[in-house]
Design a protein around this ligand. Structure first.
Ligand code: GLC
Length: 622
């Protein structure tokens, strides 16, 4: 949604969503624009045409839905009545009295042609369920389309939330890169490619923005966390307005943290677009190839780090406020791996990129080895850690990161199931963050960052810990919540991140789609279907909240937005993929044989047995 400019009368307002791009449409021109507040010269993208769509706000959707639900169920009831011969309670009882004789016969024979068998009842229930599900799905599509943001007359993204009940918009009226991913996937699955293509190209333009924060410029290649389409007076003409794209790289975000995940998601979406549309021309464009390389260079740049994992500040991803995930959080590592795999498929082989591709391949091997080996915990591994020796100074230390066994939290000793395992949230010298972070675990399965056995073990754990991770609403963003002094110190007493709320153990329905892709990859879609069913029972009724609170996810989140777009889109993607699991391939990456060979080469120089300077210096070029 965009604030209306002074001369709104001249804006052409399109009411119908999904207008085909204007034939005269061209990408916004890249021009210099002086910001009125502050002295920074910033570049804004403008388009000279001044068409704009204001999405209609979702007024009383749920009431409509309730009506529809009623219509749909009452309609089904009538059908049921006509089949079974009982429609209302009264009629039921009459029926039983009048048919007492026959009832006896039923008891004797077990079945009457006039009475519904349990199978029939089940079928009718199923029919009712599926028609209700259709109604909810339709509402989700309507809402998703209403959240579309246009730029120069073309759809380029979806706003984060379209909540008419919220008094403060904050930045929820912006297009967030990470939030758009499920929207984009939903459109791709529905063969609506334009919006995704436009999104990819426009965010690419924003990548080359001059970013500054208190006179410091972050690295080239950074993608914004979000952007907004603004309508501003046309320079030199007070009677006209124009649209500009105004990105936020974290300079305005709460906590001022750079979004590390944006560029990684951008690469993942780009590959999904190509796979789904069959349009190879986009990825072949020079500017798109340059965009991929810029992101890779930023991620693969040398630093002081000893680990192949990406070192980042707190809150660089979906969890975008202080939650103690600084260092090497799993979510970033899983997205990093996935983006490297996707980029490898898309980079055009040319002389100039040989070094980059070599660096990328080496990183893939080292990263997967590191995560599979050091982030993995199951009962066996936990017992190993429990018996760790510490203060080992040598190349062949078993306890490489000097983890003190006392770090194993008491909750985990109880919680770890006999069957199953997961990747811990973070690993630093002398520190393992044992919290379970959902997105990182899901995406490690999707991208093959973990082995097939580990992937299955993650799903086994989800199954075993359903009551904690799903309960009344899928899916806990992390488990368990930080409480007491830990919450005070780690979150900085953040009132939004109180225990079992928001990022601190809150339940986020958007995570459904990532769970679904992971389950489909492992050929266990029934797990995702179970979660979707739970969500479906509440989401539309609750007006599609951003997140839920409490240990079981029973309450709509304290400060949760309603009509949160990625809740809506996440649900849609799950439904679409469960109906057509083959399509999930656009998001998955499989381990290739080169990588497996290099990996087994690393395993044979077993880190648990023999670690010497020679082995550790070995490089693996795929
Ligand atoms: C919150 C979430 C973040 C999301 C944004 C917009 O800040 O933590 O992940 O991108 O809202 O929905």
């Amino acid at each position: 949604m965009v604030a209306m400019g002074s001369s709104e009368a001249i804006l052409q307002v399109f009411r119908a969503p999904f207008i085909k791009p204007d034939s005269t449409y061209s990408l916004g021109s890249f021009i210099k624009y002086k910001k009125k507040s502050g002295s920074n010269v910033v570049r804004l993208f403008k388009c000279s045409s001044i068409y704009h769509q204001f999405p209609a706000s979702p007024t009383t959707r749920i009431d409509n839905l309730k009506d529809k639900r009623f219509e749909s169920s009452s309609c089904k009831c009538q059908n049921t009545g006509s089949v079974s011969g009982f429609t209302t309670e009264n009629e039921n009882s009459t029926w039983f009295v009048d048919n007492a004789k026959e009832f006896n016969t039923i008891q004797e024979t077990g079945r009457s042609p006039n009475l519904l068998g349990s199978e029939d009842v089940q079928n009718i229930e199923k029919e009712n369920e599926s028609s209700l599900s259709d109604v909810i799905e339709q509402e989700a599509w309507d809402l998703l389309r209403e959240s579309i943001v246009h730029y120069c007359g073309s759809p380029i993204g979806t706003i984060a939330a379209n909540d008419p009940t919220s008094s403060s918009v904050l930045n929820y009226d912006q297009v967030f890169i990470r939030d758009f991913i499920p929207s984009g996937i939903a459109f791709l699955l529905n063969e609506e490619y334009d919006i995704v293509r436009n999104f990819i190209l426009h965010t690419l333009q924003l990548q080359s923005w001059e970013k500054t924060m208190d006179c410091h410029s972050p690295g080239q290649g950074l993608m914004p966390a979000s952007f907004k389409v603004r309508t501003v007076p046309l320079e030199g003409d007070d009677t006209a307005t124009e649209e500009i794209l105004d990105p936020d790289f974290g300079e305005a975000a709460i906590g001022r943290v750079a979004p590390v995940d944006s560029g990684l998601w951008w690469i993942i979406l780009l590959r999904a677009y190509g796979k789904s549309s069959g349009d190879t021309s986009l990825v072949e464009r020079i500017d798109v190839q340059t965009g991929i390389k810029m992101i890779l260079k930023l991620c693969l740049a040398d630093g002081f780090d000893m680990f192949p994992t990406l070192l980042v500040a707190d809150g660089p991803c979906m969890i975008d406020r202080r939650m103690g995930i600084h260092g090497h959080p799993l979510e970033i590592q899983a997205l990093f791996y996935s983006a490297l795999m996707c980029a490898r498929e898309m980079l055009a082989p040319e002389d100039g990129s040989a070094d980059l591709i070599r660096a990328l391949n080496n990183r893939l091997v080292a990263l997967s080895f590191h995560i599979r080996e050091y982030y993995w915990v199951d009962l066996k591994k936990l017992n190993e850690i429990y018996r760790y020796k510490t203060e080992e100074y040598s190349y062949d230390a078993v306890n490489k990161f000097n983890i003190y066994p006392d770090q194993i939290p008491p909750w985990l000793v109880e919680w770890m199931p006999n069957k199953g395992g997961y990747l811990i949230g973070n690993l630093q010298p002398a520190h393992m963050d044992f919290r379970f972070f959902s997105l990182g675990n899901f995406w490690s399965v999707v991208s093959s960052l973990v082995t097939v056995d580990q992937s299955n073990a993650i799903l086994d754990l989800i199954d075993a810990k359903w009551a904690d991770l799903v309960a009344d609403m899928p899916f806990k963003i992390c488990y368990p919540a930080l409480e007491g002094q830990e919450w005070q110190i780690i979150t900085g007493c953040d009132p939004k991140n109180t225990p079992w709320s928001y990022h601190n153990g809150g339940s986020w329905p958007t995570l459904l789609w990532q769970l679904t892709v992971a389950c489909i990859k492992m050929d266990r879609p029934e797990i995702a279907a179970r979660a979707v069913k739970i969500a479906e029972g509440r989401l539309a009724q609750d007006k599609w909240p951003e997140y839920y609170d409490t240990k079981r996810g029973r309450f709509i989140g304290k400060q949760s937005r309603l009509f949160q777009t990625w809740t809506i889109a996440g649900y849609l993607v799950s439904k679409l993929l469960l109906a057509n699991p083959n399509k999930a391939k656009i998001l998955m990456t499989d381990e290739d044989s080169d990588l497996v060979n290099a990996f087994s080469c690393m395993i044979t120089s077993n880190p648990r047995k023999k670690r010497g300077p020679k082995n550790s210096q070995k490089t693996y070029i795929v």
